[in-house]
Design a protein around this ligand. Structure first.
Ligand SMILES: C[S@@+](CC[C@H](N)C(=O)[O-])C[C@H]1O[C@@H](n2cnc3c(N)ncnc32)[C@H](O)[C@@H]1O
Length: 826
C-alpha cells in the first residue's frame, strides 16, 4: 500500500513510556481535542487508538476469510503489537559474523535474561526464510528500558541497519521476493518499490554468490510514482552500494517501453534491443489492512470503499507488469491487504484478460515452513452499505465504480438489472463509498440488501494464491500470487479494458484523489521497517558524511550549480514533451532546472567520457586494464567542469541506459549506479595529482582492480585509524607502515588490514575478503574518509576478528597522549 504523509507511522516514544498511542494529525477529529480541553486534560496530540471497527468485522465475517471458530483468535492477533523482524544482508562482508553473533551471543544472552525472570521472548530465525537469514524478536519498549542485554541488542540492530548489513522489515513483507525465484542474471522490475525493503531484498538475491570485485550480470529497475517516496527508496537502496540498480519515477500502469527503432537495430552494438524483464514484482498500492498491527490507525479509517477504489488501478499495474515480462518469466502480485477485491479479484481479472497466456503457478511445495492458506474462490462486493453478489446487483449509477471484474465470475453487466433503480438517495463521496462514518456503514432501510445473497464462485484456480493470516504464525497479513507468462499477451485491445473508475487519480493509501504529481506529499505509512526504537521515523540524509572528514572538504564548498546528486528534485518534477535547452546558471548563482531528455526537474544521466580526467584516475590508482571501466561512468550534471560525483554502472545497467538513450529517453531516472568517485575541493584536495577520491561505496568493487595507493596496516594501526580518524606519520605504531604511507602520492589512498600480525606482506593474494578503508594521505598524516558510523562498526568487527593477535604495543592511554583526537589537517 502506499500513500502520503507520516500520518500512518506509529511513533514509538518508548523513553516517555507511551505505547499504543497515535499522533493525531492536524486534520484529525478536532472534536476529540475539544473534549480533552473540556475535561481539563492537556492534549499533546496523543491518544489511544481504537482497535476495532464494526464495519471491518462485518465485512470480513461475511467474506469468510477465516472460519467463524477462528474469528476471535484472528482479531486478538490483529490487536497485538507486531514482533520486529530483520534480515541479514547475505552480500555484506560480515554476514557470517553477524549470523554467529546472533546465534552465539544475542540468542544466548537474551535466553539468560529470560531465565533471570525477565520473561523475554527468545530471538529466533524465521523458520521459513532460507539459511537463517531472517530473524524475529518480540519485546516491548518497557522491557528494553529495563534490560542492558536488550538495549545492547537494540543498538546493534540500529547500527547494522543503518550500515546496510541488516534490514528491518516486517516478516511477511519478505515473502513475495522469495517466490520470485530471482537469479543473479535476471533483469527484474519492481513496479511499486518505495520505500524499498523488497528492492533491497531483490538486490541481495541478485548479488548472491557474487565474487568480491565482480558484479552480477542482472539488474533491477525499482520504480515508484511518488517522488518523495522515491527518495526514501534511493536512501534505502544506497545502503546496498550497488551498480546494478536504476530507480525510476513513473506511474507503474504506464511504465514506458524501451525498444530500439529499426534503424538503430541494424547498427547497434547494444546487447539488448528491448527492455523486458525476467522477473516482475508487482507489490501494488493497497488499502493495507494486513498492516493493522503496525499501523493501528487503519482501524479508524477502514471502510470497504478503500479496496473497491483501488481494484482497477491494481489490475492496470499488474497488466502492465505482465506486458513487460518476458515469455517464460515470473511475476509476483502481492498486497498487504486482506480484501478479496484487491487480491483474488485482481488475479482473476488479469487471468481472464490474458486469456491463457498467463498461468497462476502452484507454489504449494515451495517454502513449506511458511504457514499460508489458499486463496478464496468466492466473495462479495460491498458498496454503499449493500452487499452485491454479482455485477447485476450493481445499480446503474454505480457501474463506473463497481466493475464486473470485481466479482468472482467476471461476467459483464447485463442490459438491465433488478437493482437498476436510480437509487439517488445517499450521496457518494470521493471513495465511491457513501453513508460511511468512521468506517461504520450506515444503512438506509430502503437499500437493505436481499438477505442470504449467494456469492458467485470463481472457476479459476484461485486456491493457488496464498493468504498469510496473523494468527497462523504471529505475523502481519499478506496476499501473494505467482504468475507465469507462457505466451505473448493477446492484443492490447483485448487486455487493456478502458478503466471504468479513475485509478490514476486515486491515492494508494487513502483512496483520495491525488492532485498533480509534483504535489504528492510524503507518506511513510507503508514503511515496512518501522522503527522499533522509538527514535523516530525513517529520515533521509543525503549529506555525505565522508567528505567532512577532511577539514575543509565539505558540501558547502561546492558551487551551487554542481548538484549532481542521484535524487529527484521534487519541486521541479514535471512532464515535458519536448527536449529543452541546457541548464544555465541564474544571476543568483543557483542552478536552473536540470532536464533529463523529456523530463524536466530531473538531473540528466550522462556517460562521463572526459578522457583527461578518466586517464588521470586510471593512472593515479593504477586501475588494471581488465577492469571494465571506460564507458561505465555516469554523471548527473550537464556541466562537465563541475562534475562532483562519478557513478559506476554494471554492464547490464550500461546497456539499459544506452537503449534508453536510443529509444528517446523514455525512462525518468531518479538514481542510477554506485557512487565511485568524489571530487575533492579542499585546498589540499585540489593540490593532489588526482582530484577524485574513491568513495566508500565504490571501494569494495574497485579494490581488487587497483595497483597503486594501497598500503597494509597492522591491526593496531588499523584500529587506531578507525578510532582516532587522523594520525600523524610519526604516531603510527608500525614505523614501516608510516614510511610506506609517506611514499604514497598526496591524495586518496586505501589502507588494508593485514590480518597476519606484523604487517609485512603487502598483498591481496591470500585475503579474498580484505578489510579496507578509504583514507587521505596528507602532508603530515593519514586521515580516514569513512563515516563515523562505518568506523564504529568496523572497529567493533576488527576488534573481534583480531582480538587474539592485536595486543596493542602501546597502551590506549599512551596513544591518547600522542594522537590528536581531532582529525588533523595536514
Ligand atoms: C505497497 S507499497 C510498496 C512497498 C514496497 N514494495 C516495499 O516493499 O518497500 C506501494 C507503493 O506504490 C506506490 N504507488 C502508488 N500508486 C502507484 C502507481 N500508480 N505507480 C507506481 N507506484 C505507485 C506508492 O507510492 C507506494 O510506495
Amino acid at each position: 500500500m502506499g500513500g502520503r504523509g507520516r500520518s500512518r507511522t506509529q511513533r514509538k516514544h518508548f523513553r516517555q513510556g507511551r505505547e499504543n498511542v497515535w499522533k493525531r494529525t492536524k486534520s484529525d477529529d478536532s472534536a476529540a481535542a475539544a473534549t480533552d480541553d473540556a475535561n481539563g486534560k492537556t492534549n499533546q496530540g496523543w491518544e489511544p487508538f481504537a482497535t476495532q471497527n464494526p464495519g471491518f468485522d462485518e465485512y470480513y465475517k461475511e467474506q469468510e476469510i477465516v472460519s467463524p471458530e477462528e474469528w476471535d483468535s484472528f482479531i486478538e492477533y490483529l490487536r497485538k503489537p507486531l514482533p520486529a523482524a530483520f534480515r541479514i544482508n547475505s552480500s555484506c562482508q560480515f554476514y557470517l559474523d553477524i549470523l554467529l553473533q546472533l546465534e552465539n551471543d544475542f540468542m544466548k544472552s537474551i535466553q539468560a535474561e529470560d531465565a533471570d525472570g525477565f520473561e523475554v521472548d527468545p530471538i529466533k530465525p524465521l523458520p521459513w526464510y532460507p539459511d537463517n537469514l531472517a530473524w524475529q524478536s518480540n519485546f516491548s519498549r518497557n522491557q528494553l528500558r529495563k534490560s542492558q542485554t536488550l538495549e545492547r541488542f537494540h543498538e546493534f540492530l540500529k547500527l547494522e541497519n543503518e550500515i546496510g548489513n541488516i534490514t528491518r522489515q516486517e516478516a511477511v513483507s519478505m515473502v513475495p521476493p522469495l517466490f520470485l525465484d530471482v537469479r543473479p542474471d535476471h533483469f527484474v522490475l519492481d513496479m511499486c518499490a518505495a520505500p524499498g525493503s523488497k528492492t533491497f531484498q531483490l538486490l541481495e538475491m541478485i548479488y548472491n554468490l557474487t565474487e568480491p570485485g565482480t558484479l552480477p550480470s542482472g539488474m533491477i529497475i525499482a520504480n515508484d510514482l511518488d517522488v518523495q517516496r522515491c527518495n526514501l527508496l534511493i536512501h534505502q537502496t544506497k545502503r546496498m552500494c550497488t551498480a546494478n540498480l536504476i530507480v525510476t519515477n513513473h506511474e507503474a500502469q504506464h511504465f514506458p517501453s524501451c525498444q530500439l527503432h529499426r534503424h538503430h537495430s541494424e547498427n547497434s552494438q547494444i546487447g539488448i534491443r528491448q527492455l523486458e524483464f525476467d522477473r516482475v514484482l508487482c507489490d501494488v498500492p493497497c488499502s493495507g489492512d494486513g498492516t493493522l498491527r503496525k499501523a493501528p490507525d487503519i482501524w479508524r479509517k477502514w471502510n470497504a470503499g478503500n479496496g473497491n477504489g483501488l481494484h482497477c488501478l491494481q489490475v492496470q499495474i499488474a497488466m502492465r507488469g505482465l506486458a513487460l515480462l518476458k515469455v517464460g518469466g515470473r511475476m509476483v502480485y502481492s498486497t498487504c491487504s486482506m480484501n478479496p477485491v484487491e487480491n483474488e479479484a485482481v488475479v482473476a481479472e488479469i487471468l481472464r484478460r490474458c486469456g491463457g497466456t498467463v498461468e497462476l503457478v502452484d507454489v504449494s511445495t515451495e517454502l513449506p515452513q511458511l504457514a499460508r492458506r489458499p486463496g478464496v474462490k468466492k466473495w462479495k462486493v460491498r458498496d454503499k452499505g449493500q452487499w452485491l453478489a454479482s455485477c447485476n446487483d450493481v445499480p446503474k449509477y454505480r457501474r463506473t465504480v463497481i466493475t464486473p471484474g470485481m466479482f468472482p465470475s467476471g461476467k459483464l453487466f447485463e442490459e438491465t438489472s433488478e437493482h437498476d433503480i436510480e437509487a439517488s438517495n445517499g450521496k457518494t463521496n470521493e471513495n465511491g463509498d457513501a453513508n460511511s462514518e468512521n468506517g461504520v456503514q450506515l444503512m438506509d432501510e430502503s437499500l437493505a440488501p436481499p438477505q442470504n445473497l449467494e456469492a458467485e464462485v470463481s472457476t479459476l484456480p484461485l486456491e493457488r494464491c496464498m493468504r498469510i493470516v496473523p494468527h497462523d504464525q504471529n505475523s502481519g497479513a499478506f496476499f501473494i500470487a505467482v504468475l507465469h507468462k507462457i505466451a505473448p499477451l493477446p492484443a492490447p485491445a483485448a487486455t487493456e479494458k478502458k478503466p471504468t473508475s479513475l485509478p490514476e487519480k486515486i491515492d494508494s493509501n487513502t483512496t483520495q484523489p491525488i492532485k498533480e504529481l509534483d504535489e504528492v506529499k510524503e507518506d511513510n505509512s507503508n514503511v515496512d521497517d518501522i522503527d522499533l526504537s522509538g527514535e523516530g521515523d525513517v529520515q533521509i540524509s543525503e549529506a555525505n558524511p565522508d567528505a567532512d572528514l577532511l577539514t575543509g572538504v565539505g558540501e558547502e564548498e561546492e558551487v551551487p550549480l554542481d548538484n549532481d546528486e542521484n535524487s529527484i528534485n521534487e519541486e521541479n518534477v514535471k512532464k515535458e514533451t519536448k527536449p529543452s535547452a541546457d541548464v544555465k546558471k541564474t544571476a543568483s548563482g543557483k542552478r536552473k532546472l536540470q532536464i533529463q531528455g523529456r523530463w524536466r526537474g530531473v538531473d540528466p544521466v550522462i556517460f562521463y567520457k572526459d578522457e583527461s580526467v578518466v586517464g588521470k584516475i586510471i593512472d593515479f590508482y593504477g586501475i588494471k586494464e581488465s577492469f571494465p571501466f571506460k564507458g561505465h561512468l555516469i554523471t548527473r550534471n550537464n556541466d562537465m567542469n563541475h562534475v562532483k560525483r562519478i557513478y559506476y554502472v554494471s554492464n547490464s545497467v550500461k546497456e539499459a541506459l544506452e537503449l534508453n538513450f536510443l529509444a528517446g529517453q523514455n525512462l525518468k531516472i531518479a538514481s542510477v549506479g554506485m557512487k565511485m568517485f568524489e571530487r575533492q575541493t579542499s585546498k589540499e584536495g585540489t593540490s593532489a595529482p588526482c582530484l577524485f577520491r574513491i568513495s566508500s561505496e565504490g571501494l569494495p568493487l574497485i579494490l581488487p582492480h587497483i595497483t597503486k595507493q594501497i598500503i597494509y596496516a597492522s591491526a593496531v594501526d588499523f584500529k587506531h585509524l578507525l578510532k582516532y580518524k587522523s594520525i600523524k606519520f610519526s604516531d603510527f605504531v608500525n614505523q614501516e607502515f608510516a614510511d610506506k604511507a609517506m611514499k604514497l602520492m598526496l591524495g586518496c589512498c586505501v589502507v588494508i588490514l593485514n590480518r597476519e600480525n606484523g604487517g609485512s606482506s603487502d598483498s591481496l593474494q591470500e585475503d579474498t575478503k580484505p578489510i579496507a578503508i578509504g583514507c587521505w594521505r596528507g602532508r603530515t598524516n593519514v586521515s580516514v574518509m569513512v563515516t563515523a558510523l562505518d568506523c564504529q562498526e568496523l572497529l567493533e568487527r576488527v576488534s573481534t576478528l583480531v582480538s587474539a593477535e592485536a595486543k596493542p604495543e602501546v597502551s590506549e592511554i599512551e596513544l591518547d597522549n600522542t594522537i590528536n583526537e581531532a582529525p588533523a589537517n595536514s
